[in-house]
Design a protein around this ligand. Sequence first.
Ligand code: NAD
Length: 492
Amino acid sequence: MSANDVVQNYIGGEWRTSSADEQLEVTNPATAEVLALVPLSPPAEVDQAAQAAAAAFPRWRRTPAVDRVQPLFKLKDLLEHHFEDLSHTITLENGKTLDESRGEMRRAIENVEVACGIPTLMQGDFSEDIARGIDEYMIRQPVGVCATIAPFNFPAMIPFWFMPYALACGNTYIVKPSERTPLTMEKVLGLLEEAGFPKGVVNSVNGGPDTVNAILDHPLIEGITFVGSTPVARHVYSRAAANGKRVQAQGGAKNPTIVLPDADLGTTTRIVADSVFGNAGQRCLATALTITVGEARHAFAEAMAGIAASRVVGYGLEEGVEMGPVITPQSKARIEGLIEKGAGEGATLLVDGRNTVIRGYEAGNFIRPTILDGLPAEGEIAQTEIFGPVLGMIHADTVDEAIALVNSGRYGNMACVFTTSGAAARQFRYEAEAGNIGINIGVAAPMAFFPFSGWKDSFFGTLHGQGRHAVEFFTQTKVVVERWPPTRRHPS
Ligand code: NAD
């Protein structure tokens, strides 16, 4: 990789240089080094990818499922073989620590493993004799050409919530990586090619909003999966649906965690701090708000402040670093502005991570962990996704009040509770309005065989990514009612 390298599109089994007029720089967020250039591919190149995928579809869908998963088994081996290199690339372009990149790669591979079970997962249902001599059954068939539009924060993992299932189910596929982190997917596409998927079965087009809109409007693309911020998720959902496509769009988050007085302080603060500050807070399952109940307040705040202040911030490739930079200088400025606003709303800056400079990495987008204590629940910042290493602390007198605060948020990606009371945990699990629930867990990230279940403004659609939901999304059901008149040779 060098500053002059232009990220290639992969279309119809060929690596193609985009004819884009405009290119953006892909930079290392810790060093500001330009790693490569990414093209903003024009609609004509989306069309080429869609045509290639459509041409490959008839043959791929007729390939038996047991054969379609063979390149996925090979892909799993290749991903394991290139595990360290891919993790290194994620850290280079995204900034997270190498261990965090490895964790991301592990979940990506897990989705390949689950999708290898498609011969079973895709099976239909059969009812014999729904009336005398009549049988009825349901089969699953692929949808056609499908596409994924991905965000910057998990350059490898998020396309894998969809791609292995789409391919295993017999669809052909286009991925549009984030223009800020396209390098990992470029390497993955090289591995998909090596794994032996036929030409046109999997394709990539790099670009930004115009490229996305061309995907949303393309008549040959039948299914769209999106992960990113809520305003764009809403746009993708409505535009793709208006064009008659099936669509699932996962959006932003502001995840609350309730801490009850009976929770073990040491374990709770360690786990919650990892949730808040992991991936520099740029995780859709980051805890962004804690709601302490009753006397949990002061000890929890004090312990969290200690952890936040001692977090080792630096270049994610360096040994011992616990938190990397945020993605861009604009993102850093936005986050610092929101911290200021939170303080302006009356919160106390218990730990202030603004104006951070890391020696040797002065050009990096670093913000140290920050805590806004006593954030007003009804204020703007308690409702705004900051997407940085910033914790807002709110306090409640009772469990009921804390759950009501959880449910007052517009998002519903994740909610967690820390307690040793089974009854309180059950009440929380039952009443909390969020699709992913953690009980004494800080990042309730579903394994690949469970759906990634966002609710409310964190999700638009019905079926989510991963597991059986992905299989349902990437297949359409066909119901057959069948009667065979008795033949003369075999009278009934
Ligand atoms: P983003 O919405 O800016 O970009 C996501 C994708 O949309 C990119 O590929 C980008 O090119 C495209 N895009 C951006 N603006 C567009 C526009 N106006 N029209 C059409 N396409 C557009 O998101 P991001 O900054 O890359 O990622 C961070 C966001 O993603 C956060 O809000 C985070 O919570 C969310 N996220 C959600 C989940 C989840 O599972 N719910 C997972 C990861 C990230």
